[in-house]
Design a protein around this ligand. Structure first.
Ligand code: KIV
Length: 271
């Protein structure tokens, strides 16, 4: 068996991955620690997103507004220590790219130094100056439009976006603006499938959908959702396993064995 690993996935290769040019759909999944990154790598995904959804999925917060740049650096470094082949994209958390360009570049640089190959930020035309500053500092940027969880209060909850013509046109204009500012790919979340398809069609960079229909250039799901580690999941999630149930059964069997004296057995003891 060869021990030569395939080359790591790069920003230019992701940027070139438009399905209409014959490329396979991009596969992205979140991971927040080294074991998660190893599993994602072994499964052959293209991109690992160290999402600020670490807030809800790992840290027990109600929303993503609670995580800081230091939290994101901590989790990005843990993922990077697994040395995965997929491109590591790290989320800039809320308020780490809203103040000014210098603050934005410093925060993004902390994520790059922790091991990310690119950063992701939420928002459209109002983020253009920050995206340009990051690109000027040689930091690749992924955009994120539609249902942007950091805007939960502005949106009045986690609601499908771009449902009427004006909102759909606004999101298409946002997509064009951040692509022109230098984003190498854009996550589109929680929009009607027709809008996901229309934005994908007008852009020369790939779109990665989550609840945005089948016509995007790729798909992203949250690790804990697709593995069934979260109790409730949104409509757009497909649960490929029910690991919470399996883990509970395993721990219950362990507890029963300890209490009955069946664990440890003779084979599990140093003699
Ligand atoms: O943080 C996250 O998990 C995300 C995905 C929902 C795209 O941004």
């Amino acid at each position: 068996m060869s021990d030569i690993r395939p080359a790591p996935i790069t920003v230019p290769s992701v940027r070139a991955s438009k399905r209409r040019d014959g490329h396979e759909p991009l596969v992205m999944v979140t991971a927040y620690d080294a074991p998660g990154a190893r599993i994602a790598d072994a499964a052959g995904v293209d991109l690992i997103l160290v999402g600020d959804s670490v807030a809800n999925n790992v840290l027990g917060y109600e929303d993503t507004l609670q995580v800081t740049i230091n939290d994101m650096v901590h989790h990005t470094a843990a993922v990077a220590r697994a040395k995965p082949r997929p491109l590591i994209v790290a989320d800039l958390p809320w308020l780490s790219y809203h103040i000014d360009a210098a603050d934005t570049v410093r925060n993004a640089a902390a994520l790059i130094r922790a091991g990310a190959g690119a950063v992701k930020l939420e928002g459209g035309r109002k983020r253009v100056l920050m995206i340009e500053a990051l690109v000027a500092a040689e930091i690749p940027v992924m955009g994120h439009l539609g249902l942007t969880p950091q805007s939960v209060h502005t949106m009045g909850g986690y609601r499908v976006q771009g449902k009427d013509d004006a909102a759909a046109e606004g999101l298409a204009a946002d997509a064009k603006a951040i692509a022109a500012a230098g984003c190498f790919a854009i996550v589109i979340e929680g929009v009607p499938e027709g809008l996901g398809a229309a934005i994908t069609q007008v852009l020369d960079i790939p779109t990665i959908g989550i609840g945005a229909g089948p016509d995007c250039d790729g798909q992203v799901l949250v690790f804990h959702d697709l593995l069934g580690l979260n109790a409730a999941t949104p409509k757009f999630v497909r649960r490929y396993a029910e690991l919470a149930g399996l883990a509970t059964d395993a721990l219950a069997a362990y507890a029963a064995d300890v209490r009955s004296g069946a664990f440890p057995s003779d084979a599990e003891v140093y003699h």
